[in-house]
Write a protein that binds this ligand. Structure first.
Ligand code: AMP
Length: 124
């Protein structure tokens, strides 16, 4: 996250995921609609590991409080991704890391969709 990265900016110039959404950095796209873009994680933690991000820049989950419609679209897109990846029947996990203690490493809110193997029960 940078000093000029506010939740009101649609695009933040030095944001990795803004660049991916814009196509300036290549990604393995899985799903896209008017509000949401989804692509495979570069360091997958499971056979299915897809990141679901809003097209517009929102730095973290906290910023979605101002846009509950977008929050709903992201969650729905995660369920669509699970279907597209064929893991809706066996099950999957949707996770969001927020801030320092949440171990968020990219300052553009993203949902991890993980599946394709038995995941462990712990979250810590
Ligand atoms: P988090 O730690 O929750 O912020 O998740 C950030 C995720 O972004 C990590 O799982 C990274 O592997 C992933 N990631 C970083 N750079 C890229 C990239 N260029 N393309 C796809 N995924 C990426």
């Amino acid at each position: 996250m940078t000093a000029n990265a506010t939740d009101s900016d649609d695009v933040v110039a030095d944001c990795l995921f803004c660049k991916i959404v814009a196509g300036a950095i290549p990604s393995d796209q899985v799903y896209a609609d008017d509000a949401v873009f989804a692509f495979r994680d570069i360091a997958p933690q499971a056979p299915v590991h897809v990141l679901v991000v809003p097209r517009r820049h929102v730095s973290g989950l906290d910023g979605l409080r101002e846009d509950p419609d977008l929050a709903g679209l992201l969650l729905t897109a995660a369920a669509n991704v699970a279907r597209l990846e064929g893991v809706h029947g066996t099950g999957y996990r949707v996770a969001v890391n927020h801030g320092r203690h949440g171990a968020q490493s990219v300052g553009h809110v993203h949902l991890h969709v993980l599946g394709g193997r038995q995941l462990q029960g712990g979250l810590g």
